[in-house]
Design a protein around this ligand. Structure first.
Ligand code: ZN
Length: 153
C-alpha cells in the first residue's frame, strides 16, 4: 500500500479547496465593490443633474491608503467611471471630465485665488477672502464651475 500517495493526494485536494475558497472570497469582494459603485452612481443620477463633472484622477499619485491596494482602487475608479458613463447616457446627463492637472483642491471656490501650500492633511480649505469650507466640498464646487473639460457623454 502506498500511504505516501494518499497523503499527497489528500493534501493536494485540501490546497485546491483552499484556492477555490480564496477565489470565491475575491469574487464576493468584487461583487460588493460593484454593488457599492452602482448604488453611489444611481444615487447621484436620481438627483437629475444637468451635468456631472469628474476628475481624471491620477490613481498612482493618490494611493496613500493602505487599506485599499492600488489594483483594487484602479479597478474601482475604472468601474465607477464606466458605470457613470452608462447611466449618464441612459438619462441624458452631460458628463464632463477635467484633466488631472486642474487644481480643484487648491482653488478657492469663492474668489478663485490659488492656495499654494495646501497639503493632503489639510481637511479644511481656508482662504484670505474669509471662505472656510470642507476641502472636498470646495473641490467639488470648483469642478461644478470648471470651464475647461472634455465631454464623455
Ligand atoms: Zn477666497
Amino acid at each position: 500500500m502506498k500511504g505516501g500517495e494518499t497523503v499527497t493526494t489528500y493534501k493536494r485536494s485540501n490546497i485546491i479547496k483552499n484556492i477555490v475558497r480564496v477565489q470565491k472570497l475575491h469574487q464576493r469582494l468584487a461583487n460588493i465593490h460593484l454593488e457599492y459603485v452602482k448604488s453611489v452612481v444611481n444615487t447621484v443620477v436620481k438627483t437629475k443633474p444637468m451635468y456631472i463633472t469628474i476628475e481624471d484622477l491620477n490613481v498612482k499619485g493618490i494611493m496613500k491608503n493602505r487599506h485599499l491596494s492600488k489594483a483594487v482602487a484602479e479597478q474601482c475608479f475604472y468601474t465607477f467611471k464606466k458605470w457613470l458613463v452608462t447611466k449618464c447616457e441612459q438619462h441624458g446627463i452631460e458628463l464632463r471630465q477635467v484633466n488631472r492637472f486642474y487644481p480643484s483642491s487648491k482653488l478657492c471656490s469663492c474668489c478663485g485665488k490659488r492656495k499654494k501650500d495646501l497639503q493632503l492633511k489639510d481637511r479644511t480649505f481656508n482662504c484670505e477672502c474669509g471662505t472656510i469650507l470642507d476641502r472636498d466640498y470646495n473641490a467639488s464646487l470648483n469642478l461644478l464651475q470648471a470651464k475647461e473639460y472634455t465631454l464623455l457623454t
